[in-house]
Design a protein around this ligand. Structure first.
Ligand code: PLP
Length: 394
C-alpha cells in the first residue's frame, strides 16, 4: 500500500453526501424516498443568473481570471456587503473562491497545527472539525445548547479560550440547528475577545439572509474593533440556490495584524484551483445586482414549510422541536423516542423511506437529535412526517 501522510486519515466526512448517495440508490431500486437530508435549496437558480452565465460563455469568457476573482465580481460583493451589513469593505479584502468550503479550508489551514487549539460550534457543520483534525490542531467544541436556542453563549465560548487558542469559528444562522445568535450575545462575545487579541475569528455567515420571525442576522463585520483579525465566509450557494456552481466569497482582515492573510489565501488559490470559472463569476454579479424576487419567494416558502415541519414534529410521540430562527433546518430532540439518533435516521431511511441526518454527524452534542432540511415541498414534508409518525407508532 502506498504511504500517505497521516493527516489524510484524520479527514472526516459530511454524512449528508453519504445519505444522499444511499437515498439515490434506494430510489433507483424503485423505492419512493422523501429526501430531507441534503442542505440545498430545492429551487432552481433564478433564470436571469443562468442567462448571465450563458452570455459570459457566448462573449468568450473562457479563460483564467485573476486568482482572487474578477474585480467586477469582488466589487459586486462589496455592494452586497454594504446592503446587508451597512459596512463598506475594500474589494482588495474580498476573495472569490469555489464555494464556501474553501474559505473554511484556507482559514483553518492558516491557523491549525499541532499544539494549537481551534474552537468550533458543536453541533455544527462537520467540516470544521474535520479540517481542524487534518491540521493536527486540537478541536475544542463550543456547545450549542437547545435551551439556549442553539445559539452561541458568549460566556461559555470565552471560558474555553486558552493561551493556545488560535482561531474561533462562529456560525449564525447555523447549520444543523437553525440557531441564530442574538446581537446582544455577539456584542458580549466581541467585548470579551478584547482580552484575547491574538485569537483570529472565522465567521461563517453563509445563511445571513435566511432568518425568520423578524429575527435579523448580526454580521461580525459590524465590529470594527475585530476587523483586523476577522475572516467572513459567505457565498452564493444557499441564497441564490447555486450550490452546484461552486461560488463563494470571503472577506479578509485589514490592518497591521491581519492584512497579510489575504496574500496567503490568494497564493493558496494559485496553487490549488487557479481561479473560479469566469461564467460563474459573471453569474455571481447578476445574482447580487439583479432582482431579488426569487430569493424573497424562496424565503417565504421556507418560512411556510418551517411552520409545517415544526408543528408536525412536535405532534410526534417522544419528539420535541424548538422553532428554528434561521437557515432551512429543523433539529428536533428525539431522545425520548427510545432510539439512538443515528440508528433512528438510518431506520427511517431504510424502513420508512425518509432521508434525514442523525445529530451525531454534527458533533458530540448532536446525540439525541436529528436534522431535517425543509428545502423540500410542503407536500413532501407532510408525507415525511406521516411516515415518521407511522414508523414511531409501530
Ligand atoms: N457553511 C455552512 C454552515 C454550510 O452549511 C455549508 C453548506 O452546507 C457551507 C458552509 C458550504 O457551502 P458551499 O456549498 O458553498 O461550499
Amino acid at each position: 500500500m502506498l504511504h500517505t501522510i497521516s493527516a489524510f486519515d484524520r479527514l472526516g466526512e459530511e454524512n449528508a453526501f453519504a445519505v444522499l448517495a444511499r437515498a439515490t440508490a434506494l430510489a433507483l431500486q424503485g423505492r419512493d424516498i422523501v429526501n430531507l437530508g441534503i442542505g440545498q435549496p430545492d429551487f432552481k437558480t433564478p433564470q436571469h443568473i443562468v442567462e448571465a452565465a450563458i452570455k459570459a460563455l457566448r462573449d468568450g469568457h473562457h479563460g483564467y481570471t485573476p486568482a482572487n476573482g474578477l474585480l467586477a465580481t469582488r466589487e459586486a460583493v462589496v455592494r452586497r456587503t454594504l446592503t446587508t451589513t451597512g459596512v463598506e469593505v475594500s474589494p482588495e479584502a474580498v476573495m472569490i473562491l469555489p464555494g464556501g468550503k474553501p474559505t473554511m479550508f484556507a482559514a483553518i489551514l492558516m491557523f491549525g497545527e499541532p499544539g494549537a487549539e481551534i474552537l468550533y460550534p458543536d453541533p455544527g457543520f462537520p467540516i470544521y472539525r474535520s479540517m481542524i483534525e487534518f491540521t493536527g490542531a486540537e478541536p475544542v467544541p463550543v456547545p450549542m445548547r437547545e435551551e439556549n436556542g442553539f445559539a452561541f453563549s458568549a460566556q461559555e465560548t470565552l471560558a474555553l479560550i486558552t493561551p493556545k487558542t488560535r482561531l474561533l469559528i462562529l456560525n449564525s444562522p447555523a447549520n444543523p440547528t437553525g440557531g441564530v445568535t442574538p446581537r446582544a450575545e455577539i456584542e458580549k462575545l466581541v467585548k470579551g475577545l478584547e482580552a484575547h487579541p491574538d485569537v483570529a475569528i472565522l465567521s461563517d455567515e453563509i445563511y445571513d439572509v435566511m432568518t425568520y420571525d423578524g429575527e435579523t442576522h448580526c454580521s461580525l463585520l459590524n465590529f470594527p474593533e475585530i476587523r483586523d483579525r476577522l475572516i467572513v465566509l459567505n457565498g452564493w450557494s444557499k441564497t441564490w440556490a447555486m450550490t452546484g456552481w461552486r461560488m463563494g466569497w470571503s472577506i479578509w482582515p485589514n490592518g497591521d495584524k491581519g492584512a497579510h492573510l489575504y496574500d496567503k489565501v490568494r497564493k493558496l488559490a494559485v496553487n490549488c484551483w487557479s481561479c473560479v470559472n469566469a461564467p460563474s463569476q459573471y453569474a455571481g454579479i447578476a445574482a447580487i445586482d439583479g432582482p431579488q424576487d426569487a430569493v424573497n419567494e424562496m424565503m417565504r416558502a421556507f418560512d411556510r414549510r418551517r411552520k409545517v415541519v415544526v408543528e408536525g414534529l412536535n405532534a410526534l410521540p417522544g419528539v420535541s422541536c424548538i422553532t428554528p430562527k434561521g437557515a432551512f433546518y429543523a433539529f428536533p430532540n428525539v431522545s425520548k423516542t427510545g432510539w439512538k439518533a443515528k440508528k433512528l435516521a438510518s431506520a427511517l431511511l431504510e424502513d420508512a423511506g425518509v432521508a434525514l441526518i442523525g445529530g451525531p454527524d454534527f458533533g458530540i452534542l448532536g446525540e439525541g437529535y436529528i436534522r431535517l432540511s425543509y428545502a423540500n415541498s410542503e407536500e413532501n414534508i407532510l408525507r415525511a412526517l406521516q411516515r415518521i409518525e407511522a414508523f414511531l407508532g409501530k
